[in-house]
Design a protein around this ligand. Structure first.
Ligand code: SAH
Ligand code: SF4
Ligand code: F3S
Length: 501
């Protein structure tokens, strides 16, 4: 296990090991020596800032970067005064890329004031050759670039960066490796993302993720269970299982395991209270999985089920492998099995060839399903994807109009859904003291909605029964159910009795 490794005992004068993760432990030890040298010279520890710019997968990767920086001795800082800044980038839509260039502009200003500052870029955007070429020619002040496939080599790359004055670029085209046993520094003490698989094989025609994250690779179930057990021993009570399409988990393992098998294994872990997962592709959501969700008491009553479009024609052009009727039938099955499940989704407006009629089909699904919430996106053309070469791109003015219409509909429905829960009692995992009003704490229901209620910092990381007294659109105000304040476990009793699963 990583926590049993003593970096100080590693022989730094020996040749670096060739096997992983031993090689990275060696470079962590070398970086630690560098940090000690910095401290002697400057009478302070160096500071680092990890800027996460992507999805939950990236957020988890960023926790791994922070874990390594922290273990070698860096102090964490949020601002541009850091000695080492690393931006973990996203490229799913054009505006994600623009944000990175904007950030680089402001970091350049910081580096002018502190020329010793090192700037690193990693993540999905760095897997694109055109991007790396642009940075090499127009952003010469960047010190280190690496991609998604060699993130496990961060300690080694960092050491090279700290001991060199030239720009280091190390981007791999692909990998079939999964390197376990590296440290991570969690943002929350009581909840954590857990990668169960990497990459994606689906090639939805609009999406760049399979090109930048590579082919699907699942972690072994025993490694996942071991990781969650050690997280639980370290105070975690909620995990979010992460993968681009968790429903196809396990297909490439030597002895194949299904995602429902995995859920059942994780559900047995003592001390773990909540299991979430994302993302589920509708084409692979099996009856077996619905049953596992219903029967596993720790699985939260929430499913994120991206629709993308309600038009069967567009879904086919998107290469999604389901049609409008199949999606609606799936939702019906889910609601029959788990009546109070919250369903959320992703929708794209303006995919090439989308007509007004196609868009009305999307609105129709939104009205029929009544999503608890939905992320809505305007289609963004990504170079290299199949949709990028489709000729019938939509008129931007028309797309904006559709987008506004969709957003209004989605918001009205989620407000109605939220209001319908007002007055009920829900299980809230307390996440933090409210930033604006310190007499309140903020947490989440199993259905994922946010609740604020009177409380204090001692309640963080525990689950309480809370009556939802008032709905404020997308969040609730609540009050603790009498008698639960001194015994949070009381809540588990109430909810195992009330649970519909
Ligand atoms: N693997 C997940 C989603 C990953 S990307 C899944 O299959 O659901 C998150 C969301 O971004 C997608 O669901 C999609 O709605 C949106 N998205 C992806 N590519 C896009 C593009 N080119 N333009 C607009 N939205 C896009
Ligand atoms: Fe992209 Fe589709 Fe894979 Fe999701 S399933 S990451 S949308 S290609
Ligand atoms: Fe996530 Fe963006 Fe990469 S959505 S997988 S960080 S392209």
């Amino acid at each position: 296990m990583y926590h049993e490794i003593d970096l100080d005992k590693i022989d730094r004068n020996a040749e670096p090991p060739t096997e992983e993760p031993a090689r990275q432990y060696y470079f962590m030890a070398k970086c630690r020596d560098w940090v000690k040298g910095f401290e002697q010279k400057n009478h302070r520890l160096p500071c680092a800032s990890v800027v996460n710019m992507g999805c939950q997968m990236n957020a988890r990767d960023s926790e791994k970067l922070s874990g390594i920086l922290s273990d070698i001795g860096y102090e964490q800082t949020e601002d541009g005064n850091a000695d080492f800044v690393i931006c973990n980038t996203c490229t799913v839509r054009e505006n994600a890329n623009n944000r990175v260039y904007g950030r680089l502009g402001s970091l350049h200003g910081c580096k002018k004031k502190n020329p010793r500052m090192k700037i690193a870029l990693c993540g999905c955007m760095m897997q694109e050759k055109t991007v790396v070429d642009k940075i090499k020619s127009s952003y010469r002040f960047v010190d280190l670039i690496f991609g998604t496939h060699n993130i496990y080599m961060f300690a080694e790359l960092l050491y090279r960066c700290l001991t060199s004055d030239s720009m280091i670029v190390d981007v791999l085209e692909g990998t079939d490796r999964i390197v376990e046993e590296l440290p991570a520094r969690r943002r929350y003490s009581f909840k954590s993302g857990v990668n169960i698989m990497f990459g994606c094989n689906n090639f939805c025609s609009y999406c760049i993720v399979p090109y930048v994250r590579g082919r699907e690779r699942s972690r072994k179930p025993e490694d996942i269970v071991k990781e969650i057990e050690s997280l639980v021993a370290d105070g975690v009570c909620e995990v979010m299982l992460l993968g681009q399409n968790v429903n196809s988990y396990g297909k490439n393992l030597k002895s194949p395991v299904t995602f429902s098998d995995l859920l059942r294994m994780i559900n047995k872990i003592d001390g773990l209270k909540r299991i979430r997962f994302m993302t589920s592709h509708p084409k692979d959501l099996s009856d077996e999985l619905i049953l596992a969700m219903k029967e596993c008491d720790k699985v939260c009553r929430h499913l994120h089920l991206p629709l993308q479009s309600g038009s069967s024609g567009i879904l086919s052009a998107m290469n999604r492998h389901y049609d409008k009727e199949q999606y609606l039938a799936l939702v019906k099955k889910l609601r029959e099995a788990i009546p109070d499940i919250a369903i959320t989704t992703d929708i794209i407006v303006g995919f090439p060839g989308e007509t007004r009629e196609d868009f009305m089909e999307t609105l129709d699904v939104v009205r029929q399903v009544e999503y608890d919430s939905a992320f809505t996106f305007i289609y963004s053309k990504r170079t290299g994807t199949a949709a990028a070469s489709m000729e019938n791109q939509c008129d931007p003015a028309e797309v904006n109009e559709r987008f506004d219409m969709l957003l209004k509909e989605v918001q009205a429905i989620s407000m109605r859904r939220a209001e319908a829960r007002t007055g009920t009692v829900g299980e809230v995992l307390v996440e933090e003291v409210n930033a604006k009003d310190s007499s309140l704490v903020t947490g989440r229901l199993s259905e994922n909605a946010v609740v604020h209620f009177p409380g204090n910092a001692d309640m963080i990381g525990k689950i309480y029964p809370v009556r939802l007294t008032e709905c404020r659109g997308f969040y609730y105000l609540g009050e603790l159910v009498q008698g639960a304040d001194c015994n949070p476990d009381f809540s588990e009793k109430i909810f195992s009795e009330n649970a519909c699963k």
